[in-house]
Design a protein around this ligand. Sequence first.
Ligand code: GLU
Length: 504
Amino acid sequence: MSAKVRVRFAPSPTGPLHIGGVRTALYNYLFAKKHQGDFILRIEDTDQNRFVEGAEQYIINSLNWCGIPYDEGPGKDGEHGPYRQSERAHLYKDYADKLIESGNAYFAFDTSEALEEHRKDHEEKGKTFIYNWHNRLKLDNSLSLSAEEVQKKIKAEEAYVIRFRTPVAEILNLADEIRGNMIIDTSVLDDKVLFKSDGMPTYHLANVVDDHLMEISHVIRGEEWLPSLAFHMLLYRAFDWEAPIFAHLPLILKPQGKGKLSKRDGDKLGFPVFPLAWKDPKTGEISSGYREENYLPEALINMLSLLGWNPGTEQEFFNLEELVSAFEISRVHKSGAKFDPEKTKWFQQHYLQLQPDEALASKFIEILEEKGIYSDLNYTTKVVSLLKERAVFVDDLWDLGRYFFVSPTEFDPKASKKAWKEDSKEMVETLIKIISEVESYNAENLQNEVKAWITKNEIGFGKVMQPFRLSLVGAMQGPDVFEIAALLGREETLNRLNYALKTL
Ligand code: GLU
């Protein structure tokens, strides 16, 4: 690659960013960093009707939380700003005019009522109305009208749009880094609107003009834009600009059945489809987000990286740096990728294990405080080190180890039946004696003393350990019972054993 790699993520701020959008941003970021290039965020907000309050900030917060920062974009000025299309609105009309001058575009005065009529007419005959070469001379535009008539209409401030004059019967050879080559006959294309009657460009015009002005080298975007590729290539040609290289990413599919994973699926199917929770400013409806569901961004990123791409090896765990070096656009799949919420949890468990115990403890302390429990960092860190292996999320630590913070007052009936037998009282009494007398109180000494007694008297191991665990935990769960006893401390351990003696 000769020229500098510059890629962009170009979302429209029409609502929260779907994880499919996060994946597009991620692949752009990885590609840019792999080739020492720039990753640009461009906000495509020319469609004022679809503008949603707060959506742009949501997109920026999401990229930040995911750890895929952009080099240029809103709030990070480079040499190609501004990065919001609404702030570039003055720019686009000249480009539309240029296309009119060169004969590649024309004014169209057809009212929306007239177009609606045509559509209806066609529908009744079982046809689809397409505005292009086969009917444009019969419609109300600067190709069918005389120059004077056109001038008159413009002077009279009649509303118009500017349409692209798509060539007829040309075979285009389109290249895509992921899909290979595609052939398309321009006769099937319509004369798309470039510039709207409200004085704003359409997505197509603004997108192509900005990609050119921002010196974008590669366009990596979702498959839903593939049908626009031919038109975009024709636009580059009409402007006499070099087109970027294109790569269209496969769809993300629902976990079960067929079809695209949509914005509405998430909360219905029981997992978030957004990186951050989102409150709809109009309806107040809240959609869940990975951040609020306590996922680590590393887990989301690792999962998304493999949703449509594979490294060609067995490796599954990748941090961002490893992804940058392993990522190859040519290894992105053509076919849709099925979303797998269980896999996300699996990554989450992995990345949780990599967190330092103390960091997890700090988060766990906050959860404890919400429950009115105040625990210090030192003790909580030790609890975390015993429990974290089994945790997927920080809040699992509570279910796994509440007994480290509150002594059991009730005993699980099923466990009691299994663990507390006739001779349990006698066993616990001896345990109490050993625990009271053991010299330096720690897990190892405790274990040695208890095991020595068990061996000497040829007692079944379970006969001691089961009532011991039941007394400390209230159920038959948890890590090594000596570790639990050591962490609880001698006094608390004795209290719990005595309480069990009284209660069971
Ligand atoms: N604004 C478009 C979107 O919302 C950008 C498509 C593109 O990347 O060209 O997805």
